[in-house]
Design a binder for this molecule. Sequence first.
Ligand SMILES: Cc1ncc(COP(=O)(O)O)c(C=O)c1O
Length: 437
Amino acid sequence: MTDLAIPQGPTERAAALDDFATYLNPQKVRVMRTAGLDLVEGDRSGAWVWDVDGRKFLDCFTSAGSFNVGRRHPKVVAAAKEALDHLDHGNFLLCSAQKARLAERLAELAPGNLQCTTFGTGGGEAVDFALKLARGATGRPKIVSTTNGYHGHTGFALSAAGREAFREPFEPLLAEFAFVPFGDADALAAAVDERTSAVILEPIQGEGGVVVPPDGYLTAARAVCDATGAKLVFDEIQTGFGRTGRWFASQHEGVVPDVMTVAKSLGGSLAAISATIYTEELREFLIPHPFIHLSTFGGSDLACAIALATIEVIEEEGLVANSAAMGGRLHAGLAELAATHPGMISETRGRGLMAGLKFRDDSHGPRMSYQLSQRGVLAIYSGNEPSVMRLMPSLVVGPEEIDLLLEALDGALAAVESGSGPADTESTRARRRPVRE
Ligand SMILES: Cc1ncc(COP(=O)(O)O)c(C=O)c1O
């Protein structure tokens, strides 16, 4: 196994952390140190990342599911290099061949009649546009979202965030956002009415702690939207592009939304790109307003070229099927760990390579991150639910990586059980703090 000892004395890592604390965010450095996550990324390749001191980690965080094709996949890097010889961002006001080609590919991949795309740079921007579109097209004010849901930190997306701690310092946010418990079809039906423009939810909550809703929940959401004329928005920013063992998580239940947002893995670990994908019916709203939502860098020509290569890799390498297969191996192993560590684990969750381990105590999240980092695994507890450890490796992993992860988990669980780890006080302080920047 790689020597994980931290070198003594001034290192590149220490210098980067000092500068980060001085010029960006000192408290983030403290929290990350507490959880053993104060590593500074150096080389990265496939399912792996090395820190600047040369320690090797299996990346099971993947920027919350952003590296489905692995990090710096050779074919995506080659496409990016090739694109750099010919392209740049492009003039956003002009029509672009790269944007058109990628939008066509997304229409081919997206479920049902989702045929039209507007590009952005990040997930929050994609959600903002989804909700603007629903409000604009229906002329209705109300938006229904879910408790513990996560949609980003931009205007509409933050207003839809199901965690008060994120919203409260910035209030008043946008008006007429209502929240219902995730997975509760009756609560959803009671909240949605003729004034509702959109229901937005993640088909599996990510930051909320890898929460898979009960069977039939997405179908019930579709039905209540059909009955009231509200638009159904599925945020597949974390669940999309094979993460859950299907191209998109909504396909497990065969439910087609009116709008789907994607981002993260679309950029192949190299580009910032997001897309809001919607029906032709919703596009009618844009006919009289073709310039009503603009983004200088959204769907830049370079990013589109990288995204096209990323999609090709997912297809060519059968990564959706691999996610289902390796997910099966991972979930079987997690079930065994739950049986051998009943005092630590209360539940295992997820689909495909989107897995969650729910601990009996909130403080186990940071402790497990610390212990796993000592065993060569990078894994971070959920932003809105620190008692859940998210395990989301790249979809390029094979059985060896899954087994290595399970072995590291077993050791880390035993270590936390026996009480070893970072100081209690520090862990406790880190407990309720999100680890996102
Ligand atoms: C489900 C979901 N929606 C939206 C976002 C926001 O994306 P971004 O950070 O690119 O704005 C995230 C990010 O984690 C997410 O998981």
